[in-house]
Design a protein around this ligand. Structure first.
Ligand SMILES: NC(=O)c1ccc[n+]([C@@H]2O[C@H](COP(=O)([O-])OP(=O)(O)OC[C@H]3O[C@@H](n4cnc5c(N)ncnc54)[C@H](OP(=O)(O)O)[C@@H]3O)[C@@H](O)[C@H]2O)c1
Length: 270
């Protein structure tokens, strides 16, 4: 991020707990900040919100805008908003949706939440990083959108790993499977009969999950077979097995005749 700000011609001061990690940025023209609170716009990216508390300590933040792109829970972010406000500053929370090589590149976007006027004041600077996607005044919201995306990212990619591992046990190379994985990922996001992102959205909005032609019961049995297939092949089964239990719970709750989408009702009520 600091490199991207520098490349965009901004004046950048850098601070990191392990100061030596900032050396390459100093060599590129950044100034070494004396403290983490040095500056009017503080862009923070650390392992957690606790790291922000540890870094800023008891510094006053009067008139400063803190944009924190670190991970945490939505409630932690809301509490951080109050903490920054008590010190005279304004907290904008954020979640960037690309890994470091994507920062500043086309297609990069960041969820932002918090006071819109503070974000607007710094939008011209922040747009060096990515497109700005403002999701609301509630400081927990940026993280909820970010985590929504990451839950899909992690679970869909882990299921891809299970798929490759299963096929590998029969000698199928991952490159042979790739076209099928790509077809599935693009179809799920599309509008056709496999366009389940949209189908589930419409079903969830309506609270109706039609399942006459492909019931949850049939899919729970099929998932059980897939878990058995993984075990038979000597591949680990933790996540598919957890999914199987979730599907079976929805069936046990009496909704086996509905469609796959009805599982969301069990997810909402643990
Ligand atoms: N990397 C990605 O692809 C990516 C993408 C989107 C969002 N994010 C989010 O961005 C944040 C940073 O990710 P990263 O990849 O840069 O993580 P990282 O490489 O693990 O860096 C963690 C940073 O946190 C600092 N830190 C940890 N504990 C601290 C403490 N108690 N006090 C002060 N500083 C502390 C570390 O300082 P030291 O150098 O002194 O250890 C380091 O600068 C995370 O919240 C992550 O979820 C990352």
């Amino acid at each position: 991020m600091a490199e991207t700000f520098l490349a965009a011609g901004h004046e950048v001061s850098v601070w990191n707990r392990t100061a030596s990690k900032a050396d390459p940025l100093i060599a590129q023209g950044a100034r070494r900040a004396a403290t983490a609170a040095d500056g009017e716009l503080l862009v923070v990216s650390q392992i957690s919100y606790q790291a922000m508390y540890d870094s800023l300590g008891d510094a006053r933040l009067d008139g400063k805008t803190v944009v924190n792109l670190s991970s945490g829970t939505p409630d932690e972010l809301r509490a951080a908003g109050r903490w920054v406000a008590e010190r005279g500053g304004t907290l904008i929370t954020a979640g960037i949706m690309v890994p470091p090589p994507g920062i500043g590149q086309p297609g990069a976007y960041t969820f932002y939440s918090g006071p819109k006027d503070a974000l607007d004041r710094h939008a011209g600077t922040l747009e060096a990083l990515s497109e700005l996607t403002y999701v609301g005044a509630d400081q927990g919201l940026a993280m909820m959108f970010y985590q929504a995306q990451l839950l899909m990212f992690w679970s869909s990619l882990t299921s891809h790993m299970h798929a490759m591992a299963l096929l590998r046990t029969a000698g199928v190379r991952p490159e042979e499977y790739l076209p099928f994985a790509q077809t599935l990922f693009s179809q799920l996001g599309g509008d056709g009969p496999m366009g389940y992102a949209k189908i589930l959205t419409e079903e969830f909005a309506a609270g109706v999950y039609p399942g006459e032609l492909n019931s949850l019961h049939m899919q729970a049995v099929g998932l059980g077979h897939a878990v058995d297939a993984l075990a038979e092949a000597g591949v680990e089964t933790t996540v598919p097995n957890a999914l199987k239990h979730l599907f079976e719970r929805a069936v046990a709750e009496g909704r086996g005749g509905e469609g796959l989408g009805t599982v969301i009702e069990s997810i909402r009520k643990p």
